[in-house]
Ligand binder design. Structure first.
Ligand SMILES: NC(=O)NC(NC(N)=O)C(=O)[O-]
Ligand SMILES: [Zn+2]
Ligand SMILES: [Zn+2]
Length: 450
């Protein structure tokens, strides 16, 4: 690692000075010496559900973006569902943007929803894209949210043809229910609903494989000279590291414009260690066995998985049914927003993860997916979005640790010992977080595509 000074003016990086050039280049202005700490590009989380407006008791822009800032995230792209209403039209996008006004501590962009209602209505989709969503998101299985129904391959094909003109991506929750492959019958009242293995059997890897297989029939449209050239497909939260991953690798080889993310919880936990009734670990697709986790790490290290995201999807503790511990009825979603950097680092060290890889998975590639050309790297002219952190500093994520997410008790990471402490987070040159404290004003900017 080399020592550098990053010079910031009016929210942008204006020079990067090496140690030798320090004296000659000493500038006027405030100088902060972070000693041996690491300075990296701020993290960009392309998959978070902040549930604002409409379900702010689940999270909300203020608490969500404070948690992001405390975790070194300087840009967050909000998912179109779990807020009420879902972001599926210009009107509902406006509600989002209004809700974000002066209530966000980091920059926030918005994905729009591709749903059956707008999929065949090119002018509605164009209006939503013109209004500034960075791309679209859809589900190939029920989303759990009534005003966000699932799409099929033909809806997706229509969506891609519109997105092609805007050169923006479609993000897909790729699980497709295959009736005959549901290994348990949900109505069977002899099921042990507190056992994680019961839940695991309800969403087998073949669901991910089936969805991806179906998607690849339309993904080929994105190839050079294809009917949807310019559009891009992005698979969110991949859990299955076997056939699903093989299919994606083949698609990339064939020239499909396709990328894939996984999330820290699939890399940190394995099914074997999830205690009975501990629904904090319930998410979809599910956390699978330890062998699958090893394969996910391998694929990430080899570059077959392109990037990481939190998929922070909280709810109120009551809906996690922690007392009852019913895995089939509890809300699915992991709460992690504030911890993704230390988690990726702590669990990745034994695989030899480097700081450069962290910056690629968490900043550079997410910036590219979200079309943010001025973000994702420490480079002259870019936004001064930075995280300053100490990789070697360890901490206990116990009840005394300050957690800014609205409901710390539902996070599966509580009780873990992690390494990697965020000292400061700088967003567009503003010190938005420093050693436990946030900036007094919420000075993040909404990001709208133009
Ligand atoms: N409605 C949701 O937030 N769903 C989310 N739930 C998870 N991941 O368990 C998701 O991203 O699919
Ligand atoms: Zn999803
Ligand atoms: Zn999600």
């Amino acid at each position: 690692m080399c020592k550098r000074a990053v010079e910031i003016k009016e929210g942008n990086i204006i020079s990067i000075v090496s140690e030798e050039d320090w004296p000659r280049n000493s500038k006027t202005g405030q100088v902060v010496d972070y000693g041996e700490a690491v300075i990296m590009p701020g993290l960009i989380d392309v998959h978070a559900h902040l549930d604002d407006p409409g379900r702010t008791e689940w999270e909300g822009f203020p608490s969500g973006t404070k948690a992001a800032a405390a975790g070194g995230i300087t840009t967050l792209i909000d998912m179109p569902l779990n807020s009420d209403p879902s972001t599926i039209s210009t009107e509902t996008l406006k509600l989002k943007v209004d809700a974000a006004e002066k209530r966000i501590y980091v920059d926030v962009g918005f994905w729009g929803g591709l749903v059956p209602e707008n999929a065949y209505n090119a002018s509605a989709l164009e209006a939503l894209l013109n209004a500034g969503v960075l791309g679209l998101k859809s589900f190939m299985c029920p989303s759990g949210i009534n005003d966000f129904p699932m799409t099929n391959a033909s809806h997706i094909k229509e969506g891609l043809s519109v997105l092609a003109r805007y050169k923006r991506p479609l993000l897909v929750h790729a699980e497709m229910e295959k009736g005959s492959e549901r290994h348990v019958k949900l109505e069977d009242d002899t099921l042990d609903t507190r056992s994680y293995s019961t839940y695991l059997k309800t969403r087998p890897p073949s669901w991910e494989e089936a969805a991806i297989r179906e998607l690849l029939t339309v993904a080929k449209d994105t190839r050079t000279d294809g009917p949807a050239e310019g559009a891009h497909l992005h698979i969110v939260h991949l859990s299955d590291a076997s056939s699903s991953l093989d299919l994606l690798m083949e698609a990339k080889t064939n020239g499909d414009s396709i990328t894939v993310e996984t999330c820290p919880h699939y890399l940190a936990f394995s099914a074997e260690e999830i205690p009975d009734g501990d629904t904090r670990f319930k998410c979809a697709p599910p956390i699978r066995d330890a062998a699958n986790k090893e394969k996910l790490w391998e694929a990430l290290m080899d570059g077959h998985i392109d990037m990481l995201s939190s998929d922070h999807s909280p709810t109120v503790p009551e809906l996690k049914l922690l007392d009852e511990g019913n895995f089939l009825k509890a809300w699915g979603g992991i709460s992690s927003l504030q911890f993704v950097l230390p988690v990726t680092w702590s669990y990745g060290r034994k695989y030899g993860v480097t700081l450069e890889q962290l910056a690629s998975w968490w900043s550079e590639r997410p910036a590219k997916l979200a079309g943010q050309v001025s973000k994702g790297a420490i480079a002259i002219g870019n936004h001064a979005d930075l995280v300053v952190w100490e990789p070697e500093a360890e901490f206990e994520l116990d009840n005394d640790h300050p957690v800014h997410m609205k409901h710390p008790s539902i996070s599966a990471y509580l009780g873990r010992r992690l390494s990697g402490k965020v000292l400061a987070t700088i967003s567009r040159g503003n010190l938005v977080y420093k050693e436990g404290n946030h900036a007094p004003a919420a000075c993040g900017s909404p990001i709208l595509a133009t």
